[in-house]
Design a binder for this molecule. Structure first.
Ligand code: SF4
Length: 299
């Protein structure tokens, strides 16, 4: 296994009070695998991803559990490239920083152009010389992907890589990640709130709610027969192309509460149509059905 995360817990202490936005998370990514972490904003997906490389502010975050990574490098692509790129450095200089040390300046510049060309930028030489503000959002995200590739990662963590982009560019960026993963053999951990992006693209899916993985398994099995009401809600919220134009969009009632207000029992119970007394009292443990794992009393 390339990445194995066991009992990951991330806690923050403020004013003597502890909040735990990531609670006993377990998942793995095989070599060359394609795994998704799916859930609404505020469910702990990004914090989980950052914790793999111990990136949350460690002076405040208390991270426990084990993360075993048998590869050499993890690269990240974040959701808003304009926040991640340095606005006062040319793109080539930013890519050079991620290249192996010891390359000559001209070799590193040539490599930066080559990496930008691999991401499909139409004029990679111009893009290499540009400052981030001279590129569109989609071009900036391609530059971020080029930086990620510069480190020859074994695992690419793509954290909502298309959120800030228009629909057409979203598709192009996701297809680019797919094709680069196939070409280089790197594994991909895709973090998204959109279960629709996972179908046909990922092998395994982990659905996360309130800091916990509530359902996981092979994508085809989970999407064909979701056991957890939250997974069902996320699936129903994916707009269907053949739905009547005036059909109301499905949603999940309510919102994800902040970590210091997660309820006792099943954290999804205030929003779940199937909740009963037991759901409000007890936290469901993990059950399995074939290769699918879920935490629900009434799957
Ligand atoms: S355990 Fe109960 S509240 Fe939680 S998801 Fe299942 S049915 Fe809903």
């Amino acid at each position: 296994m390339l990445l194995e995360v066991k009992n990951l817990r991330v806690a923050f202490k403020r004013g003597g009070h502890e909040t735990v936005p990531v609670r006993n998370v377990n998942f793995s990514v095989p070599e060359h695998g394609r795994v998704a972490l799916v859930g609404e904003s505020g469910c702990g997906k990004s914090l989980t991803a950052l914790s793999l490389a111990r990136l949350p502010p460690t002076d405040r975050a208390n991270i426990s559990g084990t993360t075993s990574f048998t590869g050499r490098r993890i690269s990240y692509v974040f959701q808003n490239p304009s926040d991640s790129l340095n606005p006062v450095m040319r793109i080539s200089a930013q890519i050079r920083e991620a290249l192996p040390k010891g390359m000559t300046r001209s070799a590193a510049d040539a490599k930066a152009v080559e990496l930008l060309a691999r991401t499909g930028l139409p004029d990679p030489v111009r893009a290499a010389r540009a400052y981030p503000c001279e590129l569109s959002g989609g071009q900036q995200q391609r530059a971020m992907i080029a930086m990620a590739l510069a480190a020859s990662p074994d695992l690419l963590v793509a954290d909502e890589p298309t959120t800030a982009l228009d629909v057409t560019t979203q598709k192009q960026v996701l297809e680019l990640i797919d094709s680069l993963a196939a070409e280089t053999g790197m594994a991909v951990l895709l973090i998204t709130h959109n279960l629709g992006l996972v179908a046909g693209r990922m092998d395994e899916v982990n659905v996360m709610y309130a800091g916990q993985i509530v359902e996981s398994g092979p994508v085809l099995e989970v999407l064909a027969n979701p056991r957890h009401p939250y997974t069902r809600g996320l699936l129903a919220a994916v707009p269907a192309l053949d739905a009547p134009r005036d059909a109301p969009l499905a949603d999940i009632p309510g919102t994800v509460p902040p970590p210091d207000q997660w309820p006792d029992g099943c954290a999804f119970s205030p929003r779940c149509a199937f909740a009963d007394d037991r759901c409000h009292r007890e936290m469901p443990s993990c059950s399995t059905s074939g290769a699918v794992r879920f935490a629900c009393f009434h799957p």
